[in-house]
Design a protein around this ligand. Structure first.
Ligand code: PRP
Length: 206
């Protein structure tokens, strides 16, 4: 049995579609169910940010999670494959009428991604005051909580709807297949076989 942690939403749906294609059967969570068992696979339906936690602790052997989350959390896991889905960028956003003033002694930045933000501003040798938020980040500059945000941009619609623009891109992200280190050695054959099948589908879609 292989346990696979999937982030709720579109990435989970697309990953289950890949499984359906490989095994030629239906993979679908029942309404509000958090565990799905099909054959030798058990899928866990978890929050995006929690996928690595399940994998790192070995409660899931493998998982699918954004490179942004992997980078933010500096995880002790194995990155198996870029699945080429859930593509987005981590970007700095500011109000349409603003310019990012790099000479400001301390730029106030609201974000979920504290580590990525600190590292990026440190790499530019610019002082930053990071304000940690848990969601609806685009609101923060509108009410004066910060000068800028660091957040995920997928379609750009959320920023646009809120009168924000991208000042700079920090990194590209997409969903990665990751594995727990112990599982990877203990279940190497099963995991590698699955990896190969998934890679084949991912490559055929590219
Ligand atoms: C993410 C992100 C942005 C939005 C970007 O939020 O934090 O708000 O998606 O997508 P877009 O460029 O296509 O508009 P999410 O929906 O995950 O909610 P959250 O803020 O609660 O994490």
């Amino acid at each position: 049995m292989i346990t696979i942690a999937l982030p709720k939403g579109r990435i989970a749906e697309e990953t289950l579609e890949i499984f359906a294609q490989i095994f030629d059967r239906e993979f679908k969570f029942d309404n509000r169910k958090l565990i799905l068992e099909v054959g030798d696979f058990r899928f866990l339906n978890v929050r995006n940010q929690d996928v690595p936690t399940y994998v790192e602790h070995g409660s899931a052997d493998i998982g699918v999670v954004g490179l942004d989350v992997i980078t933010e959390k500096e995880l002790d896991i194995i990155e198996l494959l870029d699945m080429n889905l859930g593509k987005c960028k981590v970007s700095i956003g500011i109000k349409n009428e603003d310019e990012l003033d790099w000479s400001k002694p301390n730029i106030k930045v609201a974000t979920k991604m504290v580590n990525i933000t600190n590292k990026y501003f440190a790499s530019k040798a610019v002082g930053v005051e990071v304000i940690k938020l848990y969601g609806s980040i685009e609101l923060a500059p509108l009410v004066g909580l910060c000068d800028a945000i660091v957040d995920i941009v997928e379609t750009g619609a959320t920023m646009k709807e809120n009168g924000l623009k991208v000042a700079e891109d920090i990194m590209d992200s997409s969903a990665y297949l990751i594995a727990n280190k112990n599982s990877y050695y203990a279940k190497k054959d099963e995991i590698l076989e699955l990896y190969k099948s998934i890679k084949q589908v991912v490559d055929s879609r590219a």
